[in-house]
Design a protein around this ligand. Structure first.
Ligand SMILES: [Zn+2]
Length: 337
């Protein structure tokens, strides 16, 4: 009788363990879920993992690499959303209030009133830009430039507060987070060197970037410029946060730059209209300066469906191919218009 009872206990234990494993694995949030609501409900039910909410997909990507299977990450903003003007929408309160930990960019990227309010209400918000030295932060018209992801070396510093916050909330896995954060830094260092090499292979006089909005200052400073002259390497029609109204003086400022530096190719951004850049192209051509809009767009504030590294490699390749071969249309037939 005692043996039968023991057997029943073992069988029950096995069935319970199988159900637990099924529940645990089926609840893990998949990377870049297609359906927002499904992703949210999976994330809400995630069991045995630290629930993390990141404001942007760029932050979520780095956090996910460091946390691995021990955490469940969801992004507040979708893949192609302008992060500057983002206001809280349906479902966002659930994401924030159910998160054990919230990661935000800081440097005024999340500046809308509703974003400020929800971030102010959560007890555990970490700004990933907090370890970036003050003297590395670019100031534009008195405001900090939040686009730190455009310099991979700077973005690599975000791994420190991410690692520290995950280790604090889940100390038993601290060693693992340390190892993974270190591996991410190694990977980012390689990508940083690769982008630098690509950009330095472009003749210095052509290393000039004209884009829709001021997202590429850090990129220009790290990859296009020599010491102290980055401001002459980059210009955009709009400021740090894109707006709908564009004045004729903003267009003229860019047209003057294109003519002055004999720029041959300018770049649109994935999540922004090309209209203002086409006006620049028209005005330049009427003045006798033949400039083209690159067929392939850059990622300014978004990263599409790929990873942060894929996004930066895409930008580097598009810039390199267009600027390097600008006098030889045959060399870049697929990316030039
Ligand atoms: Zn931006």
């Amino acid at each position: 009788m005692a043996t039968l009872r023991k057997l029943l206990v073992v069988c029950f234990g096995l069935i319970f363990a199988s159900c637990f494993t099924f529940f645990f694995t089926s609840c893990a949030v998949k990377k870049g879920g297609e359906n927002g609501e499904d992703e949210l409900s999976r994330w809400m039910k995630s069991f045995g993992q630290v629930k993390v909410c990141a404001t942007t997909p760029l932050i979520a990507d780095t956090v996910r690499q460091i946390g691995g299977d021990h955490i469940s990450v969801i992004s507040l903003m979708g893949p192609d959303i302008d992060p500057h003007s983002y206001e809280i929408v349906k479902g966002d309160h659930d994401k924030i209030s159910h998160a054990d930990l919230v990661f935000a960019n800081g440097l005024s990227l999340e500046h809308s009133r509703s974003m400020q309010r929800v971030l102010g209400e959560h007890k555990n918000v970490v700004f990933v830009s907090e370890r970036i030295p003050n003297n590395e932060i670019i100031i534009v018209d008195g405001s900090p430039d939040p686009h730190i992801w455009m310099d991979v070396e700077l973005w690599s510093l975000t791994t420190f507060p991410i690692q520290a916050a995950l280790s604090k909330i889940d100390p038993k896995n601290a060693e693992l987070y340390r190892e993974r954060a270190e591996a991410v830094r190694v990977k980012y260092k390689l990508i940083n060197e690769e982008i630098k090499a690509r950009m330095q292979s472009i003749p210095a006089a052509r290393r000039r970037l004209v884009t829709s909005h001021d997202a590429f200052n850090y990129f220009a400073k790290q990859y296009l410029a020599k010491e102290g002259e980055w401001k002459s390497r980059v210009i955009a029609i709009q400021g740090l946060a894109p707006e709908e109204q564009i004045s004729s003086s903003e267009i003229k400022r860019v047209v003057d730059y294109v003519i002055n530096y004999n720029v041959k190719v300018i770049f649109a951004e994935k999540n922004l209209s090309r209209d203002s850049l086409l006006k620049v192209v028209d005005a330049c051509r009427r003045s006798g300066q033949y400039v083209a809009l690159a067929k392939e767009e850059l990622f300014g504030d978004t990263m599409g469906k790929g990873s942060y590294i894929e996004m930066m490699e895409h930008n580097a390749k598009v810039i390199e191919l267009n600027l390097k071969y600008e006098d030889d249309p045959k060399a870049r037939p697929q990316i030039y218009s």
